[in-house]
Design a protein around this ligand. Sequence first.
Ligand SMILES: [Zn+2]
Length: 120
Amino acid sequence: MAINTGKYRRRLLDERDRIKQDILGRTELPPSFNDDGALDSADSSVREHSMDLEGSLMNMKSGRLEQINAALQRIERGDYGICVKCKKEIDPKRLDAEPTAMTCMDCLPAKEQSFSAPTM
Ligand SMILES: [Zn+2]
């Protein structure tokens, strides 16, 4: 066992807590949210649109949560850090950048590769 899973486990648990709190924080709107009470139809369509955005953000977050849970399961099972495709060890640098990675760089799907450099 060459991989220090404890380090990644902690990172995954941290991120999972953050996402859970984020989701919980969003499901309860602050009471002041509806206070202006003067929405015309144009405003409410804008509102629906931003609710959609919120919804897809939530989907993204719960998708991320699934990835994190899957990675944690792999740690429990002892196959964390092993590429699911070629069964070789994943480069620890890749795991540092993306603790939920399930494949090595060689087996990475092309679309995920272009996704791996967030520009924020
Ligand atoms: Zn591989």
